[in-house]
Design a protein around this ligand. Structure first.
Ligand code: SAH
Length: 348
């Protein structure tokens, strides 16, 4: 298949014919197998804090959501989760949080060192728009990867859903470049079906993944959290029916497939948000080009409080039970858990 143009991407996004959508799935699956193989890399996710300084209008843990009880895990609690990841055979520990400056530069660096020393896992961070000095210190401490979704390539829409922090302009594309220069494997992504998101914008998002030559891409449906400004104002922001991208499974799967086609070697998760839409969401993601799953290892009492959107599919998942079920489901679809850290092919 020749490289996809932005118009091809747009046409696939708007495609409704089941035969053509299946053709897209088959092509993405073929490219996935050829470029990254049948292994599904497992990354243990630990949601280490729900404190946040930002006011993202889509997010349930933004700073002015007063009814959220806030937590920050202790280092020994996080280390226990990292050891759990190791025991379960996961190659990577992912630490995610709100943008929390209570997570200090040195504290985090020490924690990263301890995780590397005690478990030898790859370490991925997803801690928001931290200053360059923090990102450098954490890379030096041994962190391997950093995730920072640009959320949408439409600058106007971005400003509406992801406000600047006082005088500090939020420019995630520049931070992605910084991360790359520091030496991180870098991941980004978008939400699908944000009120005000057009098909053209979404096609541009996918083209931008390719342009950035990004190492990891996570995409998931936007799931409205009722206590957020975006949920309250959605009706004012929604485009006409033929222009507004729906936040549904089929659109998300198309985006996963198109991302695989434009970034053949990227590590692409079947995300928690996707599996929240349907029980078989993860398998569908894997069938449409994904090759990563991020099992949640956050202790239950904290997990409930990391409510970026309601009814996250992982709320009932005990790590061991989830793991056993996951292995069954992978083998049922002819895939196997990854071995090793699961770095981007050709980069490590
Ligand atoms: N503070 C970090 C981690 C945020 S949570 C950061 O800002 O990078 C990780 C991702 O969850 C976000 O980048 C966003 O794309 C997604 N997310 C947040 N709220 C969501 C919602 N209501 N529905 C779907 N995805 C959401």
């Amino acid at each position: 298949m020749p490289p996809l143009t932005r118009d091809d991407i747009l046409a696939y996004l708007r495609e409704t014919d089941p035969g053509r959508i299946d053709q897209l799935r088959r092509e993405a699956d073929r490219v996935r197998r050829q470029a990254v193989g049948d292994e599904v890399h497992l990354r243990g996710l630990v949601e280490i804090s729900n404190h946040c300084v930002r006011g993202c209008t889509y997010c349930g843990i933004r700073h002015d959501h007063d009814s959220v009880r806030r937590y920050r895990m202790r280092a020994d609690e996080i280390l226990a989760c990292a050891r759990r990841a190791h025991q379960l055979g996961y190659g990577t520990v992912v630490m995610q949080a709100g943008e929390d400056y209570g997570i200090g530069r040195d504290w985090m660096a020490e924690l990263i060192r301890a995780i590397k020393d005690q478990t030898g896992r790859a370490v991925t961070l997803s801690l928001g728009e931290r200053p360059e000095e923090d990102l450098v210190a954490w890379k030096r401490a041994g962190a391997d990867r950093y995730l920072l979704r640009f959320e949408t390539s439409d600058r106007h829409l971005y400003k509406r859903i992801h406000p600047d922090r006082g005088s500090i302009i939020s420019d995630r594309l520049t931070i992605l470049e910084t991360l790359r220069n520091i030496g991180y494997e870098t991941g980004t992504g978008v939400m699908i079906g944000i009120p005000g998101q057009s098909w053209e914008t979404l096609a541009e998002d996918i083209s931008l993944f390719a342009k950035l030559d990004i190492d990891m891409v996570g995409v998931g449906p936007y799931i409205a959290h009722p206590d957020t400004p975006l949920a309250r104002h959605a009706h004012e922001m929604m485009l006409d029916d033929d222009r507004q991208v729906p936040a549904d499974q089929q659109t998300t799967l198309k985006v996963v497939a198109l991302t695989r086609l434009v970034c053949p070697e990227a590590n692409i998760p079947a995300t928690t948000a996707l599996s929240t839409l349907s029980d078989r969401g993860r398998e569908s993601g894997l069938a449409f080009g994904a090759n990563v799953i991020m099992p949640n290892l956050t202790p239950m009492d904290y997990r409930r409080l990391y409510e970026i959107y309601p009814a996250k599919s992982c709320l009932a998942e005990d790590p061991q039970a989830f793991h056993d079920e996951l292995l069954r489901r992978l083998s049922a679809i002819g895939r196997r858990p990854g071995t090793g850290p699961g770095h981007r092919k050709g980069r490590a």
